[in-house]
Design a binder for this molecule. Structure first.
Ligand code: AP5
Length: 218
């Protein structure tokens, strides 16, 4: 498996721990993490045409249109120096994106190693997201469950940590509704392909990490 590369999709609700685990697994297996959410937030910050369009959807907790996301992924995967191990964090999120991704992978002779579904009940998700703090370097914290060593500062780079604008309770509830309607059908989609592996995301962060490593035999 290691020679061919490890190709993972992390699927799960907002706040399920996809980003946290993707960053930990990425370091462990020497992979790249492709977070469509991070790419879009950077585009918003840079006020690029993609960012300007995406912002209105993201602020409301809605999904950014499929075509824009598909173009973005196509561009990433066609890069000549794209590494052999990768983790898709937050993509695909609709059946249209998943079907497109299957086709794209087939065209470039790649297959998925596994689709990891990190499941967590709604009540915990709301608490996690409203208590989440992030750093511009990509690190993520929680005011109770994953505190930085120095209050308000990132452990890795020392910058101020802050709350994401879509982590208000109102927008979090809207994002959860969007997840159930548009992304949950992918659980069945990948189950039918024999790729789905479930992980209990309510466990301690390190236990979730170890469960994912055993799924990928690492
Ligand atoms: P995105 O950034 O992908 O947000 P999301 O899917 O809502 O996921 P989150 O980043 O909120 O959660 P996570 O699962 O990564 O949790 P985390 O590890 O941070 O997308 C944002 C927006 O961009 C979307 O709403 C949409 O508009 C747009 N978008 C993105 N991709 C798109 C696509 N493909 N198509 C269309 N639109 C797209 O953890 C959360 C908190 O919990 C943290 O504080 C963490 O420290 C804590 N935590 C994590 N694990 C544990 C644990 N085991 N125990 C206790 N606490 C934990």
């Amino acid at each position: 498996m290691k020679e061919k590369g490890i190709h993972l999709i992390f699927l799960g609700p907002p706040g399920g721990g996809k980003g946290t685990q993707a960053r930990m697994i990425m370091e462990k297996i020497n992979a790249i993490q492709i977070s469509t959410g991070d790419i879009l937030r950077q585009a918003v910050k840079d006020a690029t045409p993609l960012g300007k369009t995406a912002k209105s959807f993201m602020d409301k907790g809605e999904l950014v249109p499929d075509d824009l996301i598909i173009d973005l992924i196509k561009e990433k995967l066609s890069s000549p120096d794209f590494p052999s191990n990768w983790i898709m964090d937050g993509f695909p999120r609709t059946e249209k994106q998943a079907q497109y991704f299957d086709k794209l992978l087939k065209d470039i002779n790649l297959s998925l190693t596994a689709v990891i579904e990190i499941s967590v009940p709604d009540q915990i998700l709301i608490e996690r997201l409203t208590g989440r703090r992030v750093c511009k370097c990509g690190e993520t914290y929680h005011i109770i469950y994953n505190k930085p060593k120095v209050e308000g500062k990132c452990n890795k780079c020392g910058n101020e940590i802050y709350q994401r604008s879509d982590d208000s309770e109102k927008v979090v509830k809207d994002r959860l509704m969007v997840y159930y309607k548009q992304t949950v059908p992918l659980i069945d989609y990948y189950q039918k392909q024999g790729l789905l592996k479930k992980v209990d995301g309510t466990q301690d962060i390190n236990k979730v990490f170890n469960d994912i490593l055993s799924i990928i035999n690492y």
